[in-house]
Design a protein around this ligand. Structure first.
Ligand code: FPP
Length: 239
């Protein structure tokens, strides 16, 4: 791995928890639980590799349609993990954010999410964005509504203004988007922010996506030539 070309911001669609469990004859919920272990390991590896932002898709605006038992399990997993991991997050200087329409979660869960964000807000280590009740389109709708509420006029709306009204305001866009379990879809994730992200899809299921697999993803990213609309010659000349 080239330590001079580390992505600043990695986003991940943590897919394949259900398949991981099924392969082992376990209930889907066991896959989600193991998925949290993978997330812990990836967070630690991000700190080790010098990645500043990690943004993960934990629950989409569409995930409410899953069986009630699975939705309830995921909610209780979030609550449990916030409680059990907070100390370690503090010790590792992680700043955690829960981004999405979190106002639709139970009051108790909202309180836990806000408490963890508040407690870690001055931490200077990795920024961990847990996208929860998140949808890329919903985020754009929320951004537009808040711009209208602020009575912004036509001349005051440009790309920068929109960026400032997203849940991720103030953060750089992801450089690398990882999707596990071989799905070739964006699934309504970070529609605005991934405009120039390099996309890495792997057949590895999320619970098996660990430090070594992250290293492979970063190495693949380092092989890419990011052109941002320019020609290869222009990019090489500027380097
Ligand atoms: C997608 O796999 C995974 C999810 C919808 C949930 C992801 C959540 C976690 C990994 C837990 C995160 C925990 C915390 C505390 C933030 P899938 O269920 O769609 O898998 P499948 O496609 O194989 O069925």
């Amino acid at each position: 791995m080239d330590s001079k070309n580390i992505p600043q911001h990695i986003a991940a669609i943590m897919d394949g928890n259900g398949r991981w469990a099924k392969e082992r004859g376990l209930p889907r919920l066991a896959g989600h639980r193991e998925g949290t272990e993978a997330l812990r390991e990836i967070l630690r590896a991000c700190a080790e590799f010098g990645i500043k932002y990690l943004t993960v898709y934990a629950f989409s605006t569409e995930n409410w349609q899953r069986p009630k038992e699975e939705v309830e399990f995921l909610m209780s997993l979030f609550a449990e993990k916030i409680e059990s991991e907070l100390e370690e997050l503090m010790a590792n200087q992680v700043k955690i954010n829960f981004l999405g329409r979190t106002q639709e979660f139970s009051a108790e869960l909202q309180q836990k999410m806000q408490g963890a964000a508040e407690k870690t807000k001055h931490n200077a280590g990795v920024v961990l964005n847990i996208m929860a009740n998140y949808g890329g389109r919903a985020e754009l709708v929320d951004a537009m509504q808040s711009m209208i509420k602020e009575q912004l006029t036509i001349n005051n709306v440009d790309e920068e203004t929109i960026g400032k009204h997203l849940y991720t305001k103030g953060m750089p866009d992801p450089d690398l988007l990882i999707r596990t379990a071989n799905e070739m879809r964006i699934s309504n994730f970070l529609l605005w922010q991934i405009a120039y992200a390099e996309i890495y899809v792997t057949p590895v299921l999320w619970p098996d996506f660990r430090r070594e697999q992250l290293k492979e993803a970063i190495e693949a990213y380092q092989q890419r030539l990011r052109k941002f609309g320019q020609t290869e010659e222009q990019i090489k000349h500027a380097a």
